[in-house]
Design a protein around this ligand. Structure first.
Ligand SMILES: NC(=O)c1ccc[n+]([C@@H]2O[C@H](COP(=O)([O-])OP(=O)(O)OC[C@H]3O[C@@H](n4cnc5c(N)ncnc54)[C@H](OP(=O)(O)O)[C@@H]3O)[C@@H](O)[C@H]2O)c1
Length: 290
């Protein structure tokens, strides 16, 4: 047996096409398009790449991209002021403040200043709470993407034992909530979990969101399990350059798993597609669904 490779790039491309078609329809009917505002503070090179990719993807589906690139010395008060202006701007449907922000700015205070109905990253405690109690919420993008990929391989999750390795607020916890909503029995594992290999071996669905290169070995995977590898880790490559690997030792996992997401090309491409989907949802909640 060798695992099916779940093609995140293809699934993300399909989702972006669906979103683009909806945006075209909205434009024809309402004469306006959803707008996504992205705020970047400072010069972090990786953040600049992420923001550039988000801008490109936003424009490609026909939405309006509003970029605010602020100097690294911007004060927290000025950033909060910008967030308030974006909250009040009727043409802005989604607001995203790219993390990390410089150390002199309290990221929690900034994220909590975003109008929860425009919080397309889904990091606001109001959205985390709505998700936890099963109310309509803007759900963090990576967890949403994981669920879409998981359902590609396993449309009915009812009664499955899902193990989520990682309990961060942006990945592990929201994925666990989504799995619970999908009627899985959910175990959340973390750095203090005892006998992690045995816990993983009990999983019909294994979600790896740890941030440790290839930590999850082939023999930790229950035969026939579906594995979603969220990890993105840069490691030295044989040619002296570097390469990206996930949290799962993919080659070892292939003979055990039913299906697995690759790194790169698995969860990664879904994140931006789900950000666009959240922007569309935020627009539709504000202006009515068409
Ligand atoms: N594909 C994407 O678009 C995307 C998006 C976001 C993140 N990521 C990637 O996903 C990974 C996780 O991200 P994150 O933001 O959730 O990371 P994080 O905030 O650092 O959380 C990591 C989690 O893993 C747990 N952990 C660490 N070492 C462990 C070990 N040896 N055994 C068991 N659990 C362990 C930690 O446990 P404690 O809570 O006990 O410390 C923590 O809950 C990273 O590789 C990140 O780059 C990918």
């Amino acid at each position: 047996m060798t695992a099916q490779i779940i093609d995140g790039a293809a699934v993300a491309a399909r989702l972006r096409q669906t979103i683009a078609a909806r945006v075209t329809d909205i434009k024809a009917k309402q004469g306006r398009v959803p707008g996504l505002a992205v705020v970047l503070v400072g010069e972090d090179p990786a953040s600049h790449v992420y923001v550039r990719n988000k801008h490109k993807a936003t424009v490609e589906v026909g939405m309006r991209s509003i970029e605010h690139k602020l100097d690294a010395t911007t004060s927290e008060a000025d950033l909060l002021d910008l967030v308030q202006r974006l909250n009040a701007d009727a043409d802005v449907d989604g607001i995203l403040v790219q993390l990390p922000v410089p150390k002199h700015i309290n990221a929690d205070r900034v994220l909590q200043a975003i109008d929860p109905d425009k919080d397309v990253d889904g990091f606001h405690p109001i959205n985390a709470g709505r998700l936890a109690v099963g109310q309509p919420a803007l759900v963090p993008c990576t967890p949403s993407g994981c669920m879409i990929l998981l359902k590609e391989a396993l449309p009915n999750l009812n009664g499955m034992h899902a193990v989520v390795v990682g309990r961060s607020n942006i990945v592990g916890k929201p994925i666990a909530q989504l799995l619970l909503q999908a009627d899985c029995t959910v175990t959340i594992a973390h750095s203090r979990t005892r006998d992690l290999p045995a816990v993983c071996r009990s999983a019909d669905v294994l979600i790896a969101a740890v941030g440790k290169a290839e930590m999850i070995k082939g023999d930790w995977i229950k035969p026939g399990a579906v594995v979603i590898d969220v990890g993105i880790n840069r490691v030295p490559a044989a040619d002296g350059k570097s390469k990206l690997v996930g949290d799962v030792a993919t080659a070892e996992a292939l003979p055990h798993a039913k299906a697995i997401t690759p790194v790169p090309g698995g969860v990664g491409p879904m994140t931006i597609a789900c950000l666009l989907n959240n922007t569309l949802m935020a627009f539709e909640r504000r202006h009515g669904k068409h």
